[in-house]
Write a protein that binds this ligand. Structure first.
Ligand SMILES: N[C@@H](CCC(=O)N[C@@H](CS)C(=O)NCC(=O)O)C(=O)O
Length: 329
């Protein structure tokens, strides 16, 4: 685990000393958008037109942020248009690596490079910052288009529609204000909340994350008692962004990140919703619990120095979801 400073790798763990024991996530650097015609997107530069075979995703199957992009690739029929490399689940002193000795890890299928950091320095030899996944790579200009999952899924939602004919819309304009509002709270208290609880090195920082996390899960359980999905009868981006955290919760966050006031199986509505989303065609194939458990329990030396990976739980995401009584669009 480390980061790049002016293109050089430095092996250092997150600094929580300067923040009173709190984990503070850094912002991402590459913020360009693929658009149907290459016009600039909301941020960054233009020049990234949607084309079959032009783009590549670097992901970890363990990472909830990268997982979002794989789900959209599956849902939007992009499997044949966007290629993928999968890193090894263990993230140790070299950061993410392209060691392909673990089942499902592919190595760097574009360049055969050894480390994920090599992809970042290929894009910018003097780059400073963390080496994170996902990365959306442009094979034409040999650079990183974006390493911000929230924006990658927004582009995949529409940019390739003209090529695939798939017009499924997970961020419809009329629901966008509602989706953005849900995302804002869920990002802070749930998606990032589990990390803030897990990486906290003071009781105060842990408490500050873990109480809002469970308040948010109670709030979500209430929404899902009355609604098929977070915004009502339509399955949207807000659901997919929550899904990648919830599917990891009982296996990892509950134990490893000390988020243990309750498990997801203790919330009937959230648990049914989780199963329904897992059972959406294409989604189960993006979920790899071996990568997930191996990554967290093995990579975080400060939390689990023995690297012992616990046995359970063994979830049954294929069981009937029991959500048919709630209307669906
Ligand atoms: N803002 C980024 C965050 C991605 C992220 O934090 N990924 C983690 C893996 S779950 C990572 O690569 N961490 C490596 C590091 O922080 O050094 C996104 O959502 O795309």
């Amino acid at each position: 685990m480390g980061q790049l400073v002016d293109g050089q790798w430095q092996d250092v763990w997150y600094d929580t000393k300067s923040t009173g024991g709190a984990f503070v996530r850094t912002t991402t650097k590459f913020r360009n958008w693929i658009t149907p015609d290459g016009a600039p997107g909301r941020t960054g530069e233009g020049g990234y037109a949607a084309e079959a075979g032009r783009y590549h995703l670097y992901v970890s199957l363990a990472c909830p942020w990268a997982h979002r992009t794989l789900i959209y690739r599956a849902l939007k029929g992009l499997d044949d248009l966007i290629t993928v490399s999968v890193v090894h689940p263990h993230m140790l002193s070299d950061g993410w690596t392209f060691d392909s000795s673990f089942p499902g890890a592919t190595g760097d299928t574009l360049f055969g490079l050894p480390f994920m950091r090599d992809i970042y320095t290929k894009a910018d030899p003097h780059i400073s910052g963390r080496v994170t996944v996902p990365v959306l790579w442009d094979k034409k200009t040999d650079t990183i288009v974006s390493n911000e999952s929230a924006e990658i899924i927004r582009m995949l939602n529409t940019a390739f529609n003209g090529l695939t004919g798939n017009t499924d819309d997970y961020a419809p304009a009329d629901l966008l204000p509602q989706i953005d509002a849900l995302n804002a709270r869920i990002y802070d208290e749930v998606n990032n909340g589990v990390y803030k609880a897990g990486f906290a090195t003071s009781q105060a920082a842990y408490d500050k994350a873990v109480y809002p996390l469970f308040d948010a899960l109670d709030w979500i359980e209430g929404i899902l008692a009355e609604n098929r999905y977070l915004t009502g009868p339509r399955l949207t981006e807000a659901d997919w962004r929550l899904f990648t955290t919830i599917i990891r919760f009982d296996a990892v966050y509950h134990t490893h990140f000390k988020c243990n006031r309750a498990r997801i199986v203790d919330y009937p509505n959230l648990n049914g919703w989780l199963r329904e989303l897992y059972q959406v065609p294409g989604v189960a194939g993006t979920v790899n619990l071996d990568h997930i458990t191996q990554h967290y329990y093995y990579s975080h030396d400060t939390i689990n120095p023995s690297r012992v990976v616990p046995l359970g739980p063994i979830p049954d995401f294929d069981q009937h979801h029991g959500r048919d009584h709630l209307p669906k669009a």
